[in-house]
Design a protein around this ligand. Structure first.
Ligand code: UDP
Length: 244
């Protein structure tokens, strides 16, 4: 029997719990680490459920070719990449429509927090490598990139915390894992600036009623605020560690 046929039989919810035993409003387990690479100005590693993501920040550095430069501020260049071994079926190396889309929206989300005007004519390169994927990698990547930017000492007015909510078997749940993403009814990834609660990314794949949308959005926001707390704790611990 193929995986798809198998999964048709798969119940995503049982006795009020999800496949991995989580409650509807529960995030997967998350670990964050700063300064994991020596060459970039800043870096971070994020383990989020079955996702493993690394982010590296280079710059601000002069942008070439020069016609791409912006005299009013730094350009944020975000490169999201999935390693060929990050998914069950080997992912063809190199950019595709999906990675180009994720890179574009993530760059825009980060541009809303980075104080770009301090660095005219430069580029800040943010590389996000997905080493292992289990749904929610764009959220994990953005969350990790925000930490790497802070690790690089790039001035930011806020962090970016990202998380998805969605609908499975008619229920609104937080932080979909792969089976829920693939066989659920909707996925709603968002990114939030924790201080202002401004939403800087919102996508939706699937269908929700207006009420369900409001409920999912509220739940995803709560998730983002929990993520932001972990980001702040990670950054504070790094500062304290550096002082010792
Ligand atoms: N996925 C995959 N192959 C691909 C793209 C995605 O196996 O080429 C899986 C991977 O686990 C990914 C999940 O499908 O995390 C959901 O992908 P989606 O496009 O919804 O993005 P994400 O939720 O990772 O941001």
């Amino acid at each position: 029997m193929s995986e798809a046929e198998n999964t048709k039989e798969l119940k995503l919810l049982k006795d009020g719990k999800r496949l991995d035993g989580r409650d509807y409003d529960q995030l997967r387990e998350i670990q964050m680490q700063l300064g994991v690479l020596k060459r970039p100005q800043g870096s971070a590693y994020l383990k989020w459920g079955g996702n493993k993501v690394i982010a590296a920040v280079y710059g601000p550095r002069e942008l070439h070719p020069k016609f791409l430069q912006d005299p009013t501020g730094a350009v944020i260049r975000y490169t999201y990449n999935m390693a060929p071994f990050s998914v069950d079926d080997r992912k063809r190396p190199g950019p595709d429509r999906r990675s180009v889309e994720i890179s574009k929206i993530s760059a825009e989300a980060l541009a809303s927090v980075v104080q770009v005007t301090e660095y005219p004519n430069t580029v800040i390169d943010v590389f996000v490598e997905v080493l292992q994927a289990d749904a929610g990698t764009r959220c994990a990547g953005l969350t990790c990139a925000s930490l790497a930017l802070a690790d690089a000492g790039v001035p930011m007015k806020d962090l970016v915390a990202s998380c998805a909510a969605g609908k499975i078997e008619g229920e609104i749940v937080l932080d979909l894992m792969k089976e829920e993403d693939n066989y659920g009814e909707c996925d709603l990834p968002i990114a939030v600036l924790p201080n202002s609660e401004e939403i800087v990314l919102l996508q939706m794949d699937g269908h929700l009623t207006r009420e369900e949308f409001t409920k999912a959005l509220d739940l995803a926001k709560v998730g983002c605020m929990q993520i932001a707390k972990m980001q702040k704790k990670t950054l504070l611990e790094a500062v304290k560690g550096g002082e010792e």
